[in-house]
Structure formats: C-alpha cells, structure tokens
Design a protein around this ligand. Sequence first.
Ligand code: AMP
Length: 210
Amino acid sequence: MKMVFLGPPGAGKGTQAVRVSERYGIPQISTGAMLREAMAAGTELGKAAKSIVDAGGLVPDDIVIGIVRERLARPDCKRGFILDGFPRTVPQAEALGGFASLDLAVNITSGEDVIVERIAGRRMCRKCGDALHVKTLKGAAQCPRCGGEIYQRTDDNEETVRNRLKVYNEQTKPLIDFYSRKGILVNIDGDREIDGIFKDVVAVIEAKGR
Ligand code: AMP
C-alpha cells in the first residue's frame, strides 16, 4: 500500500504513520524527520533548512522533492510506504505523481485549539520517532515504547505553531481537493484517542486491500 498522510501539524499524522509502519512492515517516510536529522548532523541541507524550519515555513519544493524521490527509489519502498509530511504543496503533489502512484491519501482532521495544546506539550522520541505528550510522560526522560531519548522539537512552540497553521491553510489544505479529485481521499477525525484513530486507519487500509 502506497499512501500519504495529510492533515495540519499536530493532527497525529506521525503518530499514526509510526503505527501503520510497524503493523504492515512498510517504511514511514517523514520529510520533517529527515530535515531534523540533517539539521542535527549539520549537513549543507541541514544548514539551509534550519532557519526555515525553526520559523515554521516550508523548505523549497525542489529540495524536498529531491529527497523524497531518492528515498522512494530504495528497495524497501517496493511493497509500499507511508509519506508523512509530504507532499505539502500542490507542486510537490504533482511531482510525486510523476514518480509514484498512490493507493490512498488519509486526511486526519483536527481543530486548531486541540492542535496548539497538543504541539505545545509535544515531545518526541529520538529512537522510534513517536510523538508523546507531557501529560502522559509525567516527567519521564525515556520513551515508554522503546526507551529512546525524549526531546522537544525546536519548532514546537506556540508562536511557530500559529505560522505553521497559516502555512498549512494556505499551501497544504488544497491537497485535500487534489486527492479527492483523484478518488483516493479518506477523512478521519483526529480529535480522538490514538487507538480509536488507528482502528479507523487500519479499517481504511484493509478496505483498500492493503
Ligand atoms: P513536520 O515534522 O512534518 O511537522 O515538519 C517539520 C518542518 O519541516 C515543517 O514545518 C517544514 O519547515 C519542514 N518540512 C517538512 N516537510 C516538508 C515539505 N514536504 N515541504 C516543505 N517543508 C517541509
């Protein structure tokens, strides 16, 4: 199954993508995670991306398209993949259509108040890439799933979130129409417990015949 996860920042795309990846044994490909890795390693890409990511803007299309094109050419993507955070603009979606044929676009919906609260309290696991919330972590410094180190993303603050939401509304939201017109869009309510959302995501995948 070749799929993309759409939805505003903090809707739970990454959380669901990690779980789908584990369940079906197909890679989760997060452009945000790849950019954060490049930033942490101080590569040319990382240096170029840092100020844009930290301000909640979008890295230029040609850069992310190149990263994804290369990643999807690797053998582990043959059976399927989950794109998380890509495409984020119509030109990215059009470019993707030139080198991959998608089976499914899952749009996880969420209200803005829920998003801001989730992102302000969000922490990430460096090892498994899962997102956690300070409320459930209760001060723990390690990931409850895999024991990895917990950190806070530099762009997870209220000010940047507002900008990321604006960018989402202007540039990414049109993709809902884009994939709806292609007949592969499914909407899932993201303002619920993780397990309930995952159940629906799995049902949609199974209905598509994986
Ligand atoms: P994410 O982890 O998906 O929330 O992405 C974090 C940040 O990385 C975004 O706010 C953007 O600055 C950048 N980014 C990730 N994916 C893309 C993309 N497909 N196009 C442009 N910028 C991206």
